[in-house]
Design a protein around this ligand. Sequence first.
Ligand code: PLP
Length: 388
Amino acid sequence: MKMKNKQLQTQAIRTGYNRSQEQEHSEAIFLTSSFVFDSAEQAKKRFAKEEIGNVYARFTNPTVNTFEKKLAVLEGAEVCVATATGMAAIFATVMSLCKSGDHIVASRSVFGTTLVLLNDIVSKYGIEISWVDLTDLEDWQKNIQKNTKLFLLETPSNPLLDIVDIQKLSEIAHKENILVAVDNCFLTPFGQLPLKLGADIVIHSATKYIDGQGRCLGGAVLGNTELMNEVSLFVRSTGPTMSAFNAWVLLKGLETLALRFREHCASALKLATWLEQQPQIEKVYYLGLENNKNHTLANQQQSAFGGIVSFVVKGGQKEAWSVIDKTKFLSITANLGDAKTTITHPATTTHSRLSVEERQKSGIVDGLIRVSVGLEDIEDIINDIHLV
Ligand SMILES: *Cc1c(COP(=O)(O)O)cnc(C)c1O
């Protein structure tokens, strides 16, 4: 299909699928674990990779391929490898691109399970980890060793929306032949294109905005053919493949992602602007606010400010919990990127593993609340947040 010159929103809908002989309009789901060959000779050729085609769904599946092709176009990547979850995508990236004796520098403010994955699992395989402040380029530079292989980060970070200049960080990394992997879950390709800014790898938890309706888990790793050959070999040989059914749900999610994400962002800005004017609020974290310390950088490297708003209510845990408990329809859950607005108290949930000191240092104070702004009418969302 010739879609090269179309806008990304169009490509998200139109690219990546060849209709079957049934002429279906919506993409078919290929719920099949294996594929049949015309002859023994064809089977031999497929196994020997002398002929391109499906063999077994742990390697390739047409529905999964459609999801991969769409997301690759959106992120501007040569290749996308879909995975069962976001964590599988991160694990596959680390294990396929690093080996025993290598060193990873990672941002301290990555997703909680990513911290656990690197500290408790990856470290067992002789891969060394150093943790740095996401925003501090000198800290990244300082922690480079002779054996450093990978920089791993999320920008914006959860829940305080700190960001780093991806272009500058990539320049630092590339001088030392270090790869840069960016988890782009918070912004999606409609908010930020890390590969265009110089990163080598993009990682997604498709569970969040790409699904967007809280239905299933999924993940993806994107980058050039050479790197993705390694990731693909790891995924097809160790098994965290995306299911065809989930791929279908997620590729349908991609069709509406541009539209949904625009609305998430517009409503988030309205919520942040309203919160700033309330006397009970001490601080609002949202990159779209002009007084945010990173507003200018966000404007440069992002095409949207995202759907997450965090804020500190005056007082502490008691006051924050009271705001959460007084909501009538907002969902009290740590998930994000859903059509349904969610509200969380990071200090006692997602960030409860940190010590009190670590939390204070990183700004996860007791009065902090994180809202993932959904697609309900923004007036109703605001009216469900009672501050006194
Ligand atoms: C949720 C999340 C993950 C993990 O994704 P799963 O699909 O739950 O495995 C990784 N990174 C970020 C930023 C996330 O929000």
